[in-house]
Write a protein that binds this ligand. Structure first.
Ligand SMILES: N[C@@H](CCC(=O)N[C@@H](CS)C(=O)NCC(=O)O)C(=O)O
Length: 152
C-alpha cells in the first residue's frame, strides 16, 4: 500500500516530512488537505487526525500525526541515509533544537508568513507581526549560538 501523507503545501510542519521523503528517497502519495475550505476541521479528516492539523501520515493502516513523531518513525524504519547523528549527544541536540523550534518559532512564523500570503495588507495585524519578528530574531540568535558542531 505504501506511505500516504495528508498535508498542505504551505505548512512548514508538512515540509519537514517532505524533506525527509526527498533525502531518504521514500516513495509516497501526497494528499492535499484543503485548509482554505476548512477540510482539516471536518470529517473525514478528523477521524484520521482528531486534532485537525496537518501533516498526518498513513502506512498500511498505521496512522501517525505530529511531524517530529513522523520524522522519528521514518528514521527508525528507513535509516539510510541517516538524518540524525548516531551518538546519543548528537541526537539529544537535534531533539533540543526541534523542541525549541516547535515551542518558540513556528507560531511566530505563521503570524509573519500567513497574512502576507493570504490576507490583503489592510487586514494584517502589524503590532502582532512586529512582536513575532522580535521574538523570532531573539530565538534564532539563541538557536544559532547553540548550533550543532559541523562533525555531527
Ligand atoms: N505539532 C504539530 C503542529 C501541526 C500544525 O499546527 N499544523 C498547522 C499547519 S502548519 C495546522 O494544521 N493548522 C491548522 C489548525 O490548527 O487549525 C506538528 O508538528 O505536526
Amino acid at each position: 500500500m505504501g506511505i500516504k501523507l495528508h498535508y498542505h503545501p504551505l505548512s512548514t510542519y508538512s515540509r519537514r516530512v517532505l524533506i525527509a521523503f526527498a533525502e531518504k528517497q521514500i516513495p509516497h502519495e501526497l494528499i492535499v488537505v484543503d485548509m482554505a475550505a476548512r477540510r482539516h476541521r471536518e470529517q473525514p479528516y478528523l477521524s484520521l487526525n482528531p486534532y485537525g492539523r496537518v501533516p498526518t501520515l498513513e502506512e498500511d493502516g498505521f496512522v501517525l500525526f505530529e511531524s517530529t513523531a513522523i520524522l522519528n518513525y521514518l528514521e527508525a524504519t528507513r535509516s539510510t541515509p541517516p538524518l540524525v547523528p548516531a551518538d546519543a549527544r548528537g541526537r539529544a541536540l537535534v531533539d533540543m533544537h526541534m523542541k525549541l523550534c516547535d515551542l518558540l518559532l513556528t507560531r511566530h512564523a505563521g503570524t509573519i508568513v500567513f497574512p502576507k500570503r493570504l490576507l490583503p495588507k489592510e487586514k494584517w495585524n502589524r503590532a502582532q507581526r512586529r512582536r513575532s519578528r522580535s521574538t523570532w530574531r531573539y530565538s534564532t540568535s539563541i538557536l544559532s549560538a547553540t548550533a550543532l558542531p559541523p562533525d555531527n
